[in-house]
Design a protein around this ligand. Structure first.
Ligand code: UD1
Ligand code: UDP
Length: 376
């Protein structure tokens, strides 16, 4: 059977990599990878770590690209690939614009679609934007829904999807972490190597969501900045997303703050090892909300909504919103109240057991075999 895996951004690459590696190992499976190149540098960083060489690269990236640019350029490029390759199944992951364009393209070509990380819902179509819409639109077009958790499956059942098409598989991000985490690790970045993770409290910050651009991001950064100024033992590491709008706000608020270390986006290997060594994580990222609990790191989610309640319910994540006051209040509490810190700092792993990729590939292969039998 021919399986085409399509992805375009950093988080999709991280979560698809374990599936691609698993597909490559299977006898009887021809595995192909098409990247849209929605991200360029941030995607290539991940491809290198997992040693994945795409068979097709649409290279659609343009600085300042609009959602329409990404959608149209991906659809156009995928049309050619799908007509030529005629895969049996196309796999997409998550909720980016590449995912939506990939699934729509497969639908147009009559190719079966497997949606990895299906069923996540914030229940607000406008936040995260446009991701909540992308994941719902992809769900409608998909034949196999690979839900990481029971509550993701429940979301799909409530929307009327047939139970036999939904599989609880765990999240492949945990498979990816198993590949990259190291007990001993030396960073290439000198700033990171010189940080005293034992005696300083290192806060790891990431922020990039579209709905946070502008005033919310300024409030979040101002809160972090004031905390740094009030606490001499705090250092912040901020790998800044390549979006120029994020960079501008980071420069405006942190420009003269020498204990906020703004660095380039890190490769996944150092980044996952940085999570493991940090004291607290402040983030609006989806993937990092899943990774931090795995390492037992308290995660403060600077968003108005989340589709990842498992960490919040287990007490390792808090959904802060984006007000300046909440950022200052919660960071202050975690830095000074040992009990509060300990309550959050326990490892839980509701998102996967490291075998998700294997499960997903088993299901895809088995369904193909069954459909072959039915056709005979
Ligand atoms: C995209 C996804 C988002 C995901 C995020 C992961 C959509 C609509 N959004 O958002 O769900 O959380 O990726 O990071 O699909 N840029 C570069 N080089 C890169 C990547 C980005 O320069 O390698 C800059 C460009 O100026 C680009 C901007 O970042 O225009 C935004 O990139 P884009 O892919 O449009 O959206 P993200 O905010 O990265
Ligand atoms: N990540 C990385 N380097 C960085 C920041 C994040 O490798 O400098 C990884 C992180 O571990 C996670 C993924 O990128 O697996 C999350 O990507 P992002 O926050 O861009 O997207 P989201 O998950 O919010 O869609």
């Amino acid at each position: 059977m021919k399986v085409l895996t399509v992805f375009g951004t950093r988080p999709e690459a991280i979560k698809m990599a374990p599936i691609v590696l698993e597909l490559n190992r299977r006898e009887g499976v021809e595995s192909y990878v098409a990247v849209t190149g929605q991200h360029r540098q941030m995607l290539d960083q991940v491809l290198e770590i997992f040693k994945i060489k795409p068979d097709y690269d649409l290279n659609i990236f343009q600085p300042g690209q609009s959602l329409t640019d990404i959608t149209v350029r991906s659809l156009r490029g995928l049309e050619e690939i799908l007509s030529e390759l005629k895969p049996d199944v196309l796999l997409v992951q998550g909720d980016t614009t590449t995912v939506f364009a990939g699934s729509l393209s497969a639908f147009y070509h009559g190719v079966k679609i497997g949606h990895v990380e299906a069923g996540l819902r914030s229940h607000n179509l406008y936040s995260p934007f446009p991701e909540e819409a992308n994941r719902k639109l992809t769900g409608v077009l998909s034949n196999y829904h690979f839900a990481p958790t029971q509550s993701n499956k429940d979301n799909l059942l409530k929307e009327g999807y047939p139970e036999e098409n939904i599989y609880i598989t765990g999240n492949t991000v945990i498979d990816a972490l198993a590949y990259t985490k190291r007990e001993e690790y030396i960073f290439e970045d000198e700033i990171l190597n010189q940080l005293d993770f034992e005696n300083k409290k290192v806060i790891l910050l990431t922020c990039h969501r579209r709905e946070n651009l502008g005033a919310p991001m300024e409030r979040i950064f101002q809160g972090v900045r004031d905390i740094v100024e009030q606490n001499e033992d705090v250092e912040v590491v901020f790998p800044v997303h390549l979006n120029p709008k994020v960079r501008e706000i980071a420069e405006k608020i942190f420009g003269d703050c020498n204990r906020v270390h703004r660095i380039e986006p890190l490769d996944y290997l150092p980044f996952s090892n940085l999570i493991m060594r940090s004291h607290i994580i402040v983030t609006d990222s989806g993937g990092i909300q899943e990774e931090a609990p795995y390492f037992g790191k308290p995660v403060l989610v600077v968003r108005e909504e989340t589709e990842r309640w498992e960490g919040v319910e287990a007490g390792t994540a808090r959904l802060l919103g984006t007000s300046y006051e909440k950022v200052v209040e919660d960071l202050d509490e975690l830095l000074h109240n040992e009990e509060a810190y300990k309550e959050m700092a326990h490892a839980i792993n509701p998102y996967g057991d490291g075998k998700s990729a294997q499960r997903i590939v088993d299901i895809v292969v088995e369904n193909h075999r069954e459909s072959g039998k039915n056709e005979e």
